[in-house]
Design a protein around this ligand. Structure first.
Ligand code: ADP
Ligand code: MG
Length: 135
């Protein structure tokens, strides 16, 4: 087992629903430590850059509009197997397909407004953490 760091974002839908605390509790209950945190509203420019891997997808514009629709909480989580563990705690991208007890199954409305972001691998975790947190 190795200690890893991963990027998490609590998206505008969850911030608006006032459930930041409930989501952070899930991370902590699963042994993930919050080692960085910043609340911010993303500019369209920054959002497009963050999601550039999805720029050719039909939902790209909606995704950028949604993530810039209100403040978000950007986090770095640390722990054993943090990247995979966080993906498990989050649940599937589409809340309708997410396993019971996951953040998305319990708190998310739709595939667009799906409460959280989480890095999906070692390389993206590294890149996404550097994108938001210098050094
Ligand atoms: P995840 O957030 O689970 O890693 P992806 O990286 O595939 O999912 O997609 C990034 C985000 O884009 C998703 O969290 C979701 O908000 C949005 N998204 C993905 N697929 C769709 C889709 N088919 N329709 C609308 N939005 C989507
Ligand atoms: Mg992803």
């Amino acid at each position: 087992m190795t200690t890893e760091r991963t990027l998490s974002i609590i998206k505008p839908d969850a911030v608006k629903k006032n459930i930041i605390g409930k989501i952070l509790q899930r991370f902590e209950d699963n042994g993930l430590k919050i080692v960085e945190a910043r609340m911010q509203s993303l500019t369209k420019e920054k959002a497009k850059e963050f999601y550039k891997i999805h720029s050719a997808r039909p939902f790209f514009n909606d995704l950028v509009s949604f993530i810039t629709s209100g403040p978000i909480l950007i986090l770095v989580l640390e722990g054993e197997n943090a990247i995979e563990k966080n993906r498990k705690i989050m649940g599937a991208t589409d809340p309708k397909k997410a396993e019971k007890g996951t953040i998305r199954a319990d708190f998310a409305e739709s595939i667009d407004a799906n409460a959280v972001h989480g890095s999906d691998g070692q390389d993206t975790a590294k890149g996404e953490i550097a994108f938001f947190f210098k050094n």
